[in-house]
Design a protein around this ligand. Structure first.
Ligand code: SF4
Length: 117
């Protein structure tokens, strides 16, 4: 099979064509650099996404604080991760970089605050 992708590893957005059988990548073409090759292979074998959202804050200046995953999580677990994020709240004060949820759903990724509150 062939799949056309747009590399998102940098703003150039190179068009990439990946040829694969099942989860075995046969060739990657169109990428300008190694990062594009890595992105394309990961997208076929184990697609991941960085997760951004917000978490409720108790007693803070704002009602919510923005959060993100400190590493990409498997794409097929994004919905379940969002359910966990939406179910928690954190007490103020919240510090930038504070771990709000450790190792969410055993993905190895922590959900961390991206602002103070
Ligand atoms: S292949 Fe390399 S140059 Fe092209 S978009 Fe991806 S990271 Fe950027």
């Amino acid at each position: 099979m062939k799949r056309e992708l747009t590399c998102v590893a940098c703003p150039l957005g190179c068009p990439i064509v990946v040829e694969f059988e099942g989860s075995e990548v046969i060739s990657v073409t169109g990428n300008t650099c190694k990062r594009g090759d890595t992105y394309a292979r990961t997208e076929i074998v184990n697609p991941t996404r960085s997760l951004t959202s917000s978490v409720k804050v108790n007693g803070g200046v704002h009602p919510v604080v923005p959060v993100k995953s400190d590493k990409p999580v498997p794409k097929d677990m994004l919905f379940e991760c969002m359910k966990v994020i939406n179910s928690v709240s954190v007490d103020a004060p919240v510090k930038l970089g504070q771990v709000i949820i450790e190792n969410i759903l055993d993905t190895g990724a922590n959900i961390v605050a991206t602002n103070n509150d």
